[in-house]
Design a protein around this ligand. Sequence first.
Ligand SMILES: Cc1ncc(COP(=O)(O)O)c(C=O)c1O
Length: 372
Amino acid sequence: MQQPALHETPARHLRAARPARPVLYFAPKALAERAAAFRAGFPGEVTFAVKANPDPAVIENLARAGIAGFDVASPAEMALVRGIAPAARLHYHNPIRSDAEIAEGVRRGCASWSVDDPLQLEKLLAARVPGLILVRLKLPVKGARYDFGSKFGADPAAAAALLRRVARAGRKAGVTFHPGTQCPDPAAWTAYIRAAADAARAAGVPLAHLNVGGGFPSASAGPLAPIFDAIRDAVAAAFDAPPPPLSCEPGRAMVADCFALAARVKAVRADGAAFLDDGIYGHLSEAPLIGTPRFAVLSPEGEERSAPAIPRTVFGPTCDSLDRLPEPAALPADTREGDWMLFHGVGAYGQSNMTRFNGYGLADTVNVARLL
Ligand SMILES: Cc1ncc(COP(=O)(O)O)c(C=O)c1O
């Protein structure tokens, strides 16, 4: 059930509650709007990549917003989704699985399976997995903040061979790809769609499905509409009619901007460095990869500090010297101990990767009507 928003904004909550530890602010309305934007604009089935944020409140709110398919990477994610949305379609798109994991995917009735390797494909065929088998394609495509091609994916020639094997086994074959996370460039999708059509042609196998991945930019990193348009146009140009049905599996783009994190400035050292009560071992785990999220500094009363900014080193609370924001952050000169850094756009992967290193990492979640 979507809980009622208890507070209008994070600033109002901080003023009223004076919390003792970090707070994650969740805006269910922002999530519902994002799901609606995907469903209205994407020309196919919209699923959610659970790994980006497995918070049950996220799954519940997405199911309420009409998201009926979920990309799951493990039996634990299957159980999570089935516990909340029993009729949801599960897409098991982690291409490497043990036999026990395959058996669990079969038991859960997973509707599609990705694969990038001949031996892994034989395991799927031997287990008679239900549904579609999607060959995961990889290309040397640029534009994303973090390239996934170094771990998963078959190059076009290997993908064509896998498609042929799937078809020879009498199974419905498709292609899936992931252009890399936080990718604002529509050309990445265009290149993949052309390559998927070429691989299918080379294999002589008509595609029963095309999954165009996650990788879409978060709301603050770029618009979705040009990417949706490019996908529509590229599919129409690359395939003979009728083109294969499409699906997508955004993670970051769905949830990133539906959460904010308030971390307290627990000390300002004489050299100006600020120490927070959360950091890269907590909910800011992506900062070294993706960069420091945008932020504001709020007084304990929830007022935004506005003195001219000066660069400061910002450390997290643990004893590890890696626990710091990747570059000096421009904090208002009047930032003081007891203030809050309110980080926006932290809804993707931060909760998934959070650790309890040194006893930190916990945060309370508070629902808000809006994050700004
Ligand atoms: C198979 C698959 N689909 C979707 C996603 C979600 O990617 P993003 O968060 O960039 O949208 C991932 C991320 O790792 C993935 O591995």
